[in-house]
Design a protein around this ligand. Structure first.
Ligand SMILES: CC(=O)SCCNC(=O)CCNC(=O)[C@H](O)C(C)(C)COP(=O)(O)OP(=O)(O)OC[C@H]1O[C@@H](n2cnc3c(N)ncnc32)[C@H](O)[C@@H]1OP(=O)(O)O
Ligand SMILES: CC(C)C(=O)C(=O)O
Length: 636
């Protein structure tokens, strides 16, 4: 049957409560509720393959480690596995910490309650939980009971439960709590829910010190969360002896609003929440306790449970339930702290940059666009915060390079590199992994392999012959105008050449030397920063050049312990990029001109550190060149 044009013939809207003086909308949640984890009962009963004893134990230990103090461990009358598991937790020393309450569930049937209580014999702290559906739909369809019969059954079971627990001297070694759930509470007439619970309260006889727990489930979520909150506020304000009962929530997620329902209902007066870690449970699941806890945490409220290692939690849950956690699941999903799109990445990257400064100034507040929670707080790293595909912008690839190589690329270089990455993501039609982006960067800027220009050795000296005349005696020396001479050996396409050049500084003197080879580069932008600290500090240099006679702009990157050498390497990297950017061969540089080396240059070259001969000739070829040049110079 297709969807109806007029669904109102088949589905009736939920009738809201008339609660004109509702107070909850003005309340806030300022502390964590009592949590009760029902993964091993409500979570387990909905699994295609329920957990065996070992899986239950593994899950139980995880819940204890996270910090849950009330754990519904089983439905002991359902199966031997559940009964035995409960006995194991009671009997095996050290399994159940002294401050953890073991909770078990039974329907309102005497023989089943008896067996359930037996499973707890000898426990230190026990919560007996019984349930009876009270809604008109369930009364009519399942039990064929009227209100009086329902109420009577609830009271009888509460009395019976009392007689075999807190009133039974043989059970005196156990500290008992009693929980009653008017199942389908959210679909029950509010006055009737109050009537049943008043009667159950009287039958159990709670005290202020040992209150009864009324668990008010949205067994099936049927309305907007504000209506559930109204129902809870109505219950809290219409029951007598408020101090003798704890109001507990048990929201299911049929409409996808269980978290909202649990939060609004806490504002309405509930003190306790039942749910499961990562939301396993009947149909669409129970409310997710992890989400509720981290929602509190990101409001600055301690949840009293610890999700510092979310990945281990996910592993245990997935392995025990055999249900994978969706990638987009709040907080826990593998994609929820990852941004792929350019503007998100840009915002996150800027956020982290500012945060670094703010942290250095002692500020701790977390304000990062698009990231409501610091991923590190739940054991995730920043590496995966930004991931790169064809939807990404310059910030994405720049982030990967920053995190992987500690290189803080200048904006214009980010733009240039992002084009390379974009081409690659479109070609691959998938996300690029950080290692692939790093390789692209290293290749594009010749950091590892095959630069056409390599700096083999060099010397930078002051060239007094081309500097302004020395000052007259008694006048201060103006060092600003001193010229620098670069003399060095540069390997070009595996052949070493001796070159020299004079200019105002180290980089420009190398540029001058390169121009003797026909590579005329003008430096238009230069940035540098250090990497690391102490003895391991390195300099990273970025140089943007234009080539004379060409509109092309190219970037070079240089890394070295020595800042000057880093700059020279960066310029040669730019020269390699320039040659790569000019289409076609042969290379556009002219052969070396013999008259570019003076006798001083040749002497300076002779003093350079000797090199081990390389496969392609090493310094040997440089020496050959020097000797050739010397002979040519003499011949001229
Ligand atoms: C919302 C919830 O999650 S409630 C918890 C649900 N969890 C489970 O059911 C898991 C464990 N359950 C079981 O193992 C079994 O259902 C048992 C052992 C409890 C009962 O088994 P059976 O006696 O075979 O009954 P069955 O499974 O068919 O359950 C239906 C019966 O329980 C009755 N029932 C349902 N809810 C309740 C209740 N809260 N109190 C008393 N009886 C109830 C039904 O009316 C029906 O009785 P009927 O056979 O007289 O018509
Ligand atoms: C037993 C009750 C609390 C229950 O699981 C539900 O109503 O969903």
């Amino acid at each position: 049957m297709p969807m109806l044009k007029d669904p109102s013939t088949k589905y009736k809207p939920f009738k809201p409560l008339n609660l004109p003086n509702r107070q909850w909308p003005n309340k806030t949640i300022e502390r964590a509720p009592r949590w009760m984890a029902t993964d091993l009962r409500d979570g387990n009963q909905s699994l295609p393959d329920p957990m065996d004893g070992e899986q239950k134990l593994r899950f139980f230990k995880m819940l204890v480690e996270i910090g849950y103090k009330e754990i519904e461990v089983s439905f002991p009358s359902a199966s031997q596995v559940d009964f035995d598991f409960t006995r194991r937790l009671v009997e095996e020393p050290g399994l159940t910490p002294d401050d953890v309450w073991l909770q078990v569930l039974a329907p309102c049937r005497e023989e089943l309650i008896r067996r359930t209580v037996e499973s707890l014999r000898g426990a230190k702290k026990a919560i007996l939980h019984i349930y009876l559906a009270t809604s008109p739909c369930f009364r009519r369809i399942i039990f064929n009971m009227n209100k009086e019969e329902s109420l009577k059954r609830a009271v009888e079971c509460a009395r019976f439960a009392r007689s075999i627990t807190k009133d039974d001297p043989s059970m005196a070694g156990t500290e008992w709590q009693f929980e009653f759930s008017p199942e389908t509470f959210s679909d029950t007439e509010p006055e009737f829910a109050v009537q049943v619970c008043e009667a159950v309260k009287e039958a159990w006889g709670p005290t202020v010190e040992n209150p009864i727990i009324f668990n008010l489930p949205a067994t099936v979520e049927m309305s907007t969360p504000n209506i559930y909150a109204d129902q809870i506020e109505y219950f809290c304000t219409n029951m007598t002896e408020r101090e003798k009962f704890v109001v507990s929530l048990h929201p299911h997620n049929d409409r996808g609003c269980a978290v909202a329902a649990a939060e609004l209902a806490q504002m309405a007066g509930a003190q306790r929440v039942e749910g499961t870690v990562l939301g396993d449970g009947e149909r669409t699941g129970n409310v997710d306790l992890m989400i509720l806890a981290l929602n509190l945490y990101t409001q600055g409220v301690s949840p009293n449970v610890d999700y510092s290692d979310i990945n281990s939690v996910i592993k245990v849950v997935e392995e025990c339930t055999k249900i994978p956690v969706p990638e987009r699941w709040p907080y826990a999903g593998s994609l929820v702290t990852s941004a792929f799109s350019g503007s998100h990445q840009d915002a996150i990257k800027k956020g982290f940059n500012l945060r670094e400064k703010a942290t250095a100034a002692g500020e701790e507040e977390w304000v990062i666009p698009y990231l409501p929670l610091d991923p590190q707080d739940i054991g995730r790293t920043y590496e995966s915060v930004i991931r790169v595909n064809s939807q990404s912008g310059k910030g994405g690839a720049a982030w990967v390079i920053l995190r992987s190589l500690e290189l803080d690329l200048p904006r214009a270089l980010q733009v240039e590199f992002s084009k390379i990455v974009q081409t690659e993501t479109e070609k691959a039609n998938r996300e690029l992994r950080p290692a692939e982006i790093v390789t692209l960067f290293e290749e594009a800027y010749h950091l590892k392999s095959n630069p056409r220009f390599n700096l083999i050795d060099y010397n930078i000296t002051t060239d007094r012959s081309q500097s302004p005349a020395p000052p007259e005696p008694g006048k201060a020396l103006n060092t600003k105008n001193l010229k620098r001479r670069f003399t060095g050996i540069i390997e070009i396409d595996n052949v070493q050449h001796a070159v020299t050049g004079v200019s105002n500084g180290a980089i420009s003197s190398l540029a001058a030397a390169l121009s003797t080879l026909g590579i005329d580069l003008d430096v238009v932008d230069y940035k540098e920063h250090s990497i690391g600290t102490g003895r391991e500090t390195k300099a990273a240099t970025y140089i943007q050049c234009t080539a004379q006679g060409s509109k092309a702009q190219v970037w070079g990157v240089g890394l070295h312990q020595d800042v000057v050498q880093a700059s020279l390497i960066a310029l040669l990297s730019a020269a390699s990029s320039f040659l790569a950017s000019t289409s076609g061969s042969p290379a556009p540089f002219r052969p070396i001109r013999s008259n570019t080396l003076t006798n001083e240059d040749l002497q300076a070259l002779e003093q350079l550190t000797p090199h081990a001969p390389a496969a392609n000739g090493g310094l040997g070829s440089a020496k050959v060149n020097i000797e050739q040049l010397t002979r040519q110079a003499e011949a001229q």
